[in-house]
Each structure stands twice: as C-alpha cells, then as structure tokens.
Design a protein around this ligand. Structure first.
Ligand code: CTP
Ligand code: CA
Length: 240
C-alpha cells in the first residue's frame, strides 16, 4: 500500500499493537509455542504509522519480518514479558490491539539445564495458566482512575477460531467478545490453510455495540486498514 494513499486520520493517537506468538520455555533450548507469524500485527503497526499514529509494537516471536518504519518496537519472549510490556505501553495509549497469540499456559517448571533423554518415557509436562492480558486491560480501564490507564481507551481483541460440532466460528466469537469485554473483536477462521502464516486474511469484525461486519478477503494490510477504520469510528463516536 502506498502511504500517501492512506488517510492521516490517526494523528495524535498513541496505539499499542501486540504481535507474534509467545514462547514458553521448558528448558534452555525448548519451548511451547504457536504458529503465529506476526504478519497481521506488523501490518497493523505499519498501517497505523502511515495513518499518522504514534505506534508501540510489542513483538513476540515472529517470522522474519521487516520492522515497520516509524514504530517503537519492544521485544517480548514469553507471555509474562509481553504482559509487562503491554501494560507499560498501555498506560497512555488511546488504543490497544492484542493481535499477539499469547500462550494460555506455560510449563510450571522451567528446567535450569537441558532436559536429558532417559530410557524411560518422561513425566508429563505440568502446565500453569498465564494471565489474560486482554481481560486485564479491560479490567484496568474499568477501574480508572487509579489504574494508570486511559478511561476512554479503545481495546481490540483477536480471535482465531476453528468452530466445532454444533457451534460455528461466529457463535464462538460472539461469546468471546462478551466474555472479554473489549470494544472490537477481529475474528479469523483458522485451519484449512487459513490465517496462520499466510499473506491473506479474512474474517469478521464484531463490535461491543452489536454491529457485525465481514472483512473482505484481502492482504493483511487491507485487513489492517479495515480494523483501523472501525477503531477510528469508535473513537469519533465516543468523543462526540
Ligand atoms: N489473549 C491475551 N492473553 C492471554 C490469551 C489471549 O491477551 N493469555 C488475547 C489475545 O491476544 C487475543 C484474545 O485474547 O486478542 C483472544 O485470544 P484467544 O486465544 O482467542 O482467547 P482465549 O480467551 O484465550 O480463549 P481460547 O484460547 O480458549 O479460545
Ligand atoms: Ca487462547
């Protein structure tokens, strides 16, 4: 996308975007991870810079991606590191977009030395829940003032859903939007070669006010633009 073709409608906004997949270490060389490439989050960061925003990109592990010019990049390896970085950056942010694939669980014990192979099968890996960063952002905003977070902040979640027997992707996503309490939820169908590690993306944009619309199939930059359009209109409605 040519930056001069984009509207400069995000000037004066500080946006925080998390991207990529966290890695939860088992020992110094192994981790539990996920397939997130970070491409959608990086496209969001790049597009927001082009539209005039100040952008903080909290980046977990990604494919080899070019750094979005003009964004401040903070690297985070684990879910716990990403949590700290997002909360710090969110304190004065107008918008926070959680595009990162944050691990729900981490290995309870992180071995100090590489785990050695033995003749017997190893013990099962014990897992501990990680904090839900998106839910914490919503909770902090609700508690403002005193939480150190902007009360009118717009909070955007992502959901990659497969659907399953009896319940389709949108049913899962509507329930997730209600559960999370964020303002917008970007929903992608995953599986069958969709979303992860691909150039293109498709899905739906669900709003807390009940509005739902399809995101046209297109590049991750085009999807990013649609997300920012929705964010900008949410802000202008709330500030009117
Ligand atoms: N998220 C988060 N912190 C976590 C897990 C998820 O902030 N520990 C955020 C993701 O960045 C995403 C949103 O929550 O924006 C939805 O993530 P998802 O994994 O779809 O939802 P979960 O509530 O973890 O539910 P589940 O994995 O069971 O579908
Ligand atoms: Ca999850």
């Amino acid at each position: 996308a040519r930056s001069d073709a984009l509207p400069r409608d995000m000037e004066g906004l500080h946006v925080v975007v998390s991207a990529g997949g966290t890695r939860e270490p088992l020992d110094p060389v192994r981790f539990l991870g996920n397939r997130s490439s970070g491409k959608q989050g990086y496209a969001l960061a790049r597009t927001a810079v082009q539209r005039g925003a100040r952008v903080t990109l909290v980046s977990a592990h990604t494919a080899a991606l070019p750094e979005p010019a003009g964004a401040e990049i903070i690297n985070a390896g684990t879910a716990a590191e990403l949590r700290d970085a997002v909360h710090k950056a969110a304190a004065d942010a107008d918008v926070v977009v959680m595009a990162a694939a944050v691990a729900d669980f981490r290995p309870t014990h992180r071995a100090e030395f590489k785990i050695k192979k033995t003749e017997a099968d190893p013990d099962a890996v014990a897992l501990t829940r990680n904090a839900d960063v998106l839910a914490e952002l919503v909770e902090n905003r609700r508690r403002e003032p005193g939480s150190g977070q902007v009360a009118s902040q717009v909070i955007v979640g992502f959901a990659a859903e497969t659907g399953d027997n009896g319940s389709d992707v949108l049913d899962h996503a509507r329930a997730k939007l209600a559960r999370k309490g964020c303002d917008l939820l970007v929903v992608n169908r995953v599986g069958e070669g969709k979303a992860f590690e691909t150039e293109d993306n498709e899905g739906w944009l669900l709003s807390a006010d009940g509005t739902e619309r399809a995101i046209a199939f297109g590049s991750k930059a085009q999807v990013a633009s649609e997300v920012w359009d929705a964010v900008v209109s949410t802000i202008s409605r709330s500030r009117r």
